[in-house]
Design a protein around this ligand. Structure first.
Ligand code: PMP
Length: 381
């Protein structure tokens, strides 16, 4: 018989709005030089691998039991890390974590978004944001960034006043542009968001939740402060981070957020029970014990990034200032042709951002050299 294994013949009640959509994600191609998803190019050392394996083996003995739903030890270690990294003292109960900051942000929208609510962000920005909105039935509102990819505070204020969003998502450093927002911009957004959210159950206006997504925070240049330093002044502010980038642990899937205990407690309501597996918790704790070693490459990645910006500008290209571990450059009449020319030479970068721009992640010196050589060939100079 010839049953159609793709559909089985069923007409499934796919939710309205999901028709024809495909899963999000950059192409996963088998190419020698992978500079397309802003990973840290340095794998963990043998010593770190051994420690993680040991911690996971210990956790494996208890895998007949569900893990700790509230993982206080991991939250305390993450708070401790933030104190060292940004000088901001936080309690463990002010930290939340999930499987990547993607899931953390989904929790934020599950708790604060929903039907009749909107989430405001400013484009170009991280392309998963509209998907969090879609998946939580929250209206997606995209304001604009300026030509240099910063925010015009008057525009932000006008958008907040017009839409009364429940959540405002600000990536800083932004993906795909690399732009970090100055603290006074974030302060202005927090001020404008206070009392400007949708009405609460008592009919009175709420404070819109401002989420500063600092997935790339550790790569910021000298003199750029973290939004963590504003947490004690704004109870409607949350700052999210991840172990995927600076820690070089993208495969671990561990993202986290810092905010007031009240805000974190709202997120705990919408999480699935036991969402962070015992294996994830054990591996994350082991990785955090080795954070100095895991993060020892951050300074050289930053230096490599700055050198890449200078090199691209030296070739007459336009390059966005970057506080992240990637660089947005252009402008090309046919960016796809440039992207494809690099791919033919074994270098995979990302065709993303406004028309004409391309994004390249900072790799090892060897990988970045391969990218430069390939680009020179493609551009014919
Ligand atoms: N925020 C931004 C701005 C990102 O670029 C990414 C990863 N590409 C994420 C969040 C999600 O990272 P993860 O889920 O791996 O923590």
């Amino acid at each position: 018989s010839t049953t159609d294994t793709a559909t089985g013949g069923a007409r499934l009640p796919l939710r309205r709005g999901l028709e024809g959509l495909t899963p999000y994600g950059a192409p996963q191609l088998d190419v020698p030089v992978l500079l397309n998803v802003n990973e840290n190019p340095y794998p963990p050392s043998e010593a770190v691998v051994a420690e993680i394996a040991d911690a996971v083996a210990k956790a494996a003995h208890g895998l007949n039991r569900y893990p700790d739903r509230d993982f206080p030890e991991l939250r305390a270690e993450l708070a401790e890390y933030l104190q060292v990294e940004s000088g901001v003292a936080l309690g463990a109960e002010q930290i939340w974590a999930a499987n990547g900051s993607n899931e953390v942000m989904l929790h934020v929208l599950q708790a604060f978004g929903g039907p009749d609510r909107s989430v405001l962000s400013f484009a170009p920005t991280y392309s998963m944001y509209p998907e969090y909105a879609r998946d939580t039935l929250t209206e997606w509102v995209a304001g604009r960034r300026e030509e240099d990819f910063t925010l015009d505070v008057d525009h932000v204020r006008a958008q907040i006043a017009e839409h009364r969003p429940a959540v405002i998502l600000l990536a800083s450093p932004n993906n795909p542009t690399g732009t970090a927002l100055p603290l006074d911009t974030i302060e202005a957004v927090c001020d404008a968001a206070a009392g400007a959210g949708p009405s609460g159950s008592d009919g009175a206006p709420t404070d819109a939740v401002v989420v500063v997504d600092e997935a790339y925070g550790e790569f910021r240049r000298e003199g750029v402060a973290s939004a963590l330093t504003l947490l004690d002044r704004y109870p409607h502010l949350a700052v999210s981070r991840t172990m995927s980038k600076a820690f070089g642990m993208a495969g671990l899937r561990l993202g986290y957020l810092a905010a007031t205990t009240q805000l974190v407690d709202h997120l705990r309501v919408v999480r699935l029970p036991y969402h962070l597996s015992a294996v994830t918790q054990a591996a994350a704790l082991a990785a955090l014990r080795h954070r100095a070693e895991l993060m020892s490459q951050v300074a050289s990645l930053r230096a490599e990034r700055d050198a890449l910006v200078t090199w691209l500008r030296g070739r007459g290209l336009t390059v966005a200032d970057s506080d992240a571990n990637f660089v947005l450059f252009g402008l090309f009449d046919d960016r796809h042709e440039v992207w494809n020319g690099l791919l033919e030479r074994g270098v995979l970068i990302r065709e993303v951002g406004p028309e004409g721009w391309l994004r390249v992640s900072v790799g090892t010196p060897q990988e970045t050299a391969a990218f430069r050589a390939a680009l020179e060939e493609v551009l014919g100079r």
